[in-house]
Write a protein that binds this ligand. Structure first.
Ligand SMILES: NC(=O)c1ccc[n+]([C@@H]2O[C@H](COP(=O)([O-])OP(=O)(O)OC[C@H]3O[C@@H](n4cnc5c(N)ncnc54)[C@H](OP(=O)(O)O)[C@@H]3O)[C@@H](O)[C@H]2O)c1
Length: 583
């Protein structure tokens, strides 16, 4: 069996089960696919086998791949598992047998399972052997174990958002064929504007452009589909030819956006991210525009974060509307985000690479409305396990604002406090106050009894009371509204105005001596020192843990796709609800 008879365009079967797997493979073969990719772990070898048989296509015309799963890599189970796969597939051999994943840490030695893989070939159970998800270091080790020329392919994730260039270069230098899996990033890249523009020019679909791009790079690729028309479209890509400029444009979309990354994945070879997709300011009150932007070199203390989700806050659309600090036309707004640390600058511990963090960023720096954001390592919070990225991305601004507001007053258990403006900040703040023993009253027209109970509100007031005796007032309706409620405070009381400063005190000097507080996270960005940031980050991480454990309750945000970020801004503005853009 030589490489030339492995069809460059194959058909993937991950996720396809039972009748869907059977029908999809049968239809794919009818449409013209001659290369089918399955695996023991997909649980569909039996259905795939039936479809192959019922297709009536001669065995010699088909190229069938299966993969040995992690728990069968040991000497006792390996060959038996391959024989079991062949029974299910109703075949006496496959054309290609792969190690699905390098054995997870503390598993079987590579020498042991590659020896078994080689034995499978010698026994005639497969014509070719290869690996999947192997890093460069693991391929080097595999080459030193297997006979020269035996390593047929490394099947790895490749699509326009993860070009896996380093791995592909190594394969090219060592005569190992690359099979690119998840070519569409499971559909994500099919909506990309650059790919769409190329598709429109050729009057084809984005799927065809993506497959043609994979093939132009001399890769084999294995898209999956459950629909006949999509299968037919995908096959048409074989006759689409892209220009070098178009190929370069698609190469430039790579941003390390990996889809298949289970806990047991190896320590991947990361490509350097040179450009990123970023939403850019176009002038006051104009929609943001999406475009490619160079990723700047990291300074000492900085990190590059690949955003998983971006939080939308009222401050974002307010600044886009009014442009109070004169952003340039390429400025990327966005203060909140959550993502994975991809790269670190000088002085930052490289063990942080791969950690998931949430952050609040300065309004004057390029922000979170991008696939990548440059941040200071000392200003990001690690996200605890169990807290989803979209929830984490929605938190930094409201959570840290609530915490700063809470920290303004001395802890006086059982004192009565009044909270007004029940948005995301005050819902968190109310719980912090309640947990610390304050008696919380909420002035709100819309807060339901059920919400009040959940937040720990003792009394809901629909209208401002005529008298109060409150120890503190936390207002998120604006300084003018806050000012009207100051008379409700007791002597030495506190007013914490979350949306801006109360310019002039209500009382004469030497009367009730009310303390006036203003809150703005931006103050720390511009005037904070390392110690203050350390304290805020450490407090913020404890609060994220409280949210992960359910001690603090948060509402699920509404998710938008990255390409629809302008809609998320509009939703936040009109619906006054929390929106998150999932990258
Ligand atoms: N070695 C490994 O560890 C590994 C890991 C992951 C995947 N793989 C292999 O790679 C194969 C492909 O990956 P994948 O299936 O996860 O993802 P994929 O091929 O990137 O995307 C599949 C998705 O794309 C849609 N699609 C297909 N053709 C389309 C078209 N012409 N227009 C619009 N949408 C289209 C499909 O929907 P419809 O069904 O609606 O068409 C499906 O939802 C897998 O099936 C598997 O064989 C290997």
């Amino acid at each position: 069996m030589s490489q030339s008879i492995m069809p460059k365009l194959g058909f993937g079967t991950f996720r396809l089960q039972d009748e869907v797997a059977y029908q999809s493979v049968l239809t794919a073969i009818e449409e013209g696919f001659r290369h089918i990719d399955t695996a023991q772990i997909y649980g569909n070898e039996e259905a795939v086998g039936r479809a192959i048989k019922d297709s009536g296509v001669a065995r010699g015309e088909l190229f069938i791949t299966t993969k040995v799963w992690n728990d069968k890599l040991n000497k006792t189970d390996f060959i038996n598992s391959v024989k079991e796969s062949l029974t299910k597939l109703q075949l006496d051999h496959v054309d290609l047998l792969l190690i699905h994943w390098p054995s997870p840490a503390n598993g079987e030695s590579m020498h042991e399972y590659l020896t078994e893989l080689q034995s499978a070939k010698e026994l005639g159970l497969t014509k070719e052997i290869g690996v999947s998800n192997f890093t460069i270091a693991q391929m080097e080790e595999a080459l030193s174990i297997l006979p020269k020329g035996a390593l047929f392919t490394n099947q790895v994730e490749v699509h326009p958002y993860l070009t896996n260039q380093k791995v592909r270069d190594f394969c090219a230098q060592n005569d190992i064929l690359v099979t690119g899996y998840m070519p569409f990033a499971v559909g994500k890249v099919l909506k990309d504007p650059t790919i769409k523009a190329i598709a429109d020019k050729h009057q084809v679909s984005t799927a065809e452009v993506v497959i043609a791009w994979e093939l132009a790079h001399d890769m084999v690729t294995i898209p999956s589909s459950t629909k006949r028309e999509n299968m037919a479209t995908n096959l048409k890509a074989l006759s689409l030819s892209l220009s070098q400029d178009e190929i370069n444009q698609i190469d430039a979309l790579s941003c390390g956006d990996r889809q298949a990354n289970p806990d047991f994945a190896p320590d991947w070879d990361h490509d350097e991210v040179k450009t990123t997709h970023a939403w850019q300011f176009q002038g006051a009150d104009k929609a943001l525009a999406l475009g490619l932007k160079a990723v700047p070199a990291l300074k000492a203390g900085q990190i590059l974060v690949r955003n998983l989700a971006v939080g939308i806050n009222p401050v974002d659309w307010k600044f886009i509307q009014a442009d109070p600090i004169n952003w340039t036309d390429t400025h990327t707004p966005g203060v909140d985000g959550a993502g994975v640390i991809e790269k670190v600058g000088d002085g930052v511990d490289s063990k942080l690479i791969g950690k998931t963090v949430a952050y609040h960023h300065s309004l004057s720096e390029n922000g979170s409305f991008a696939k990548h954001t440059v941040l200071y390592a000392e200003r990001v919070m690690q996200v605890p396990k169990g807290l989803a990225a979209n929830v984490a991305a929605a938190l930094p601004c409201p959570l840290l604002t609530a915490w700063q507001a809470f920290s303004k007053i001395p802890l006086r258990k059982d004192e009565k406090v009044l909270v007004t403006g029940m948005g995301a900040v005050n819902k968190l703040l109310t719980q912090m106050l309640n947990h610390s023993g304050f008696e919380v009253h909420a002035l709100s027209k819309s807060l339901t009894t059920e919400q009040a109970v959940k937040l720990g509100v003792k009394l809901v007031l629909r209208d401002a009371p005529s008298e109060g005796g409150y120890f503190a007032l936390f207002d998120a309706n604006g300084p003018e509204e806050a000012k009207k409620l100051v008379p409700l405070l007791q002597a030495n009381g506190h007013v914490i105005s979350i949306l801006g400063r109360i310019e002039t005190p209500v009382d004469e000097p030497f009367t009730r001596t009310i303390s006036y507080h203003e809150i703005a996270l931006g103050a720390l960005h511009d005037y904070g020192d390392t110690q203050q940031w350390q304290r805020l980050v450490s407090d913020g991480e404890k609060l994220l843990n409280d949210i992960a454990s359910g001690t603090l309750n948060v509402e699920e945000p509404t998710d938008f796709e990255f390409n629809n970020l302008n809609d998320a801004l509009e939703f936040s503005k009109v619906q006054k609800q929390k929106a998150v853009v999932v990258v």
